[in-house]
Design a protein around this ligand. Structure first.
Ligand SMILES: [Zn+2]
Length: 93
C-alpha cells in the first residue's frame, strides 16, 4: 500500500495494514528508540515514567503502534506502545 495514510480517516483494517507495512519497511526497528519491535523498547525509554491516566483504556494492549501526526493525521511509522506514549506525553506528538 501507499504510505503514509491519513490515520484519523482510516478504518482499523487499513491502519493495521499500514502498521504491518511500516514494520516491514523499517526492518522491524522502532523509529523512536531504534530497538527491535519484537523486543522491549530501549533502556532509556523503558526507564521513563508514563502517566497512564493520559491515555485511553486499552492503549497498551497492543505492543506495536502506528505513530501518526496529531495535527495532519498522517501516519509516520511503527513504534513500541511505550514509545508512542513517550512521544505523546513528553514530546506532544
Ligand atoms: Zn521503541
Amino acid at each position: 500500500m501507499k504510505l503514509p495514510i491519513n490515520y484519523d480517516k482510516s478504518h482499523w483494517t487499513t491502519r493495521r495494514e499500514a502498521r504491518l507495512q511500516y514494520i516491514s519497511d523499517q526492518n522491524n526497528i522502532c523509529i523512536h528508540c531504534g530497538s527491535s519491535l519484537d523486543r522491549d523498547p530501549s533502556e532509556e525509554v523503558n526507564k521513563m515514567k508514563i502517566n497512564k491516566n493520559l491515555f485511553p483504556k486499552g492503549m497498551f494492549d497492543y505492543p506495536i503502534h502506528l505513530h501518526h501526526d496529531r495535527t495532519t493525521g498522517m501516519s509516520i511509522g511503527a513504534v513500541h506502545a511505550k514509545c508512542n506514549a513517550v512521544l505523546w506525553q513528553y514530546h506532544g506528538e
